[in-house]
Design a protein. Structure first.
Length: 255
């Protein structure tokens, strides 16, 4: 059973339900294999009409997120489509940033090594174009982040593995958050671009070991920049401050 959840009132109750459940999946409160409460019970939990529940779960069914199993009810079977629905700017604390970098340390060196082995001329050119875009973007936070995301996607394309490419695309929103923190200061732009150029050179030279090593160094470099900046601590503090009035309000209501 999933825990009780609350839905903020908005224009679309069904949309709020979809996004709230996606958020709970993201933070691990709902996991694949979990059974949803019956429609009537869920409507009571969320304080919404049953028609809003049905509408939200039609969305899940179309996305392949849930499956109705005879004798078991509605089960969460596929979380991947939900990650595109989440506003990842809500998840910017130190814990998540560390988790993102940890996941990237597992994936990115492998992808870079595969690209060094498999990239064809089009793949090489695709990566090179993102490097060129990165050079033009130095000093422009939004353009630099875009060029960085495009670089990592281009490397995944060149690696020639559709599953890893899908994972890269699904995680792109998460990558945005770690990239955003690493580009708060202009002096970091050129340093991070130099990392990309080193990875690209190893891929172009068909050197998988060097590509993997350069990719790992880049991940650790980015994490160091983020941690040294103190920005995560600032965000954690701001989020804690915003949460305090909400907790106070709930206590007041109980009285």
């Amino acid at each position: 059973m999933i825990a009780k959840i609350s839905i903020p009132r908005g224009v679309s109750l069904a949309g709020s339900i979809v996004h709230e459940i996606a958020r709970l999946v993201a933070v691990g409160k709902i996991k694949p294999g979990d059974k949803f409460p019956p429609e009537a019970e869920l409507a009571v939990q969320l304080d919404v009409g049953r028609s809003s529940i049905r509408e939200a779960f039609r969305v899940f069914q179309m996305l392949g997120v849930t499956e109705a199993k005879p004798g078991r009810g509605t089960i969460l079977v596929n979380t991947a489509p939900l990650f595109a629905l989440i506003d990842w700017s809500e998840f910017t604390g130190a814990g998540l940033i560390n988790d993102i970098v940890e996941a990237r340390l597992a994936l990115e060196p492998l992808i870079a090594a595969m690209a060094a082995k498999r990239a064809d001329a089009a793949g090489i050119r695709g990566i090179e174009e993102t490097i060129e875009a990165g050079r033009r973007a130095i000093g422009n936070e939004a353009a630099s982040i875009q060029a960085s995301l495009d670089f990592h996607t281009a490397v995944a394309v060149a690696a020639g593995n559709q599953t890893l490419l899908l994972a890269t695309r699904l995680l792109r929103s998460l990558y945005f958050e770690s990239s955003r923190f690493s580009r708060r200061y202009p002096e970091n732009y050129a340093a991070l671009l130099a990392d990309h150029e080193e990875i690209f050179a190893a891929i172009r030279d068909r050197d998988p070991k060097a590509a993997a090593a350069a990719s790992e160094k880049h991940m650790r470099h980015g994490l160091k920049i983020v941690l040294d900046s103190g920005e995560i601590e600032k965000v954690d503090s701001e989020q804690n401050e915003r949460a305090r009035p909400a907790r106070s309000t709930r206590r007041t209501r109980k009285k």
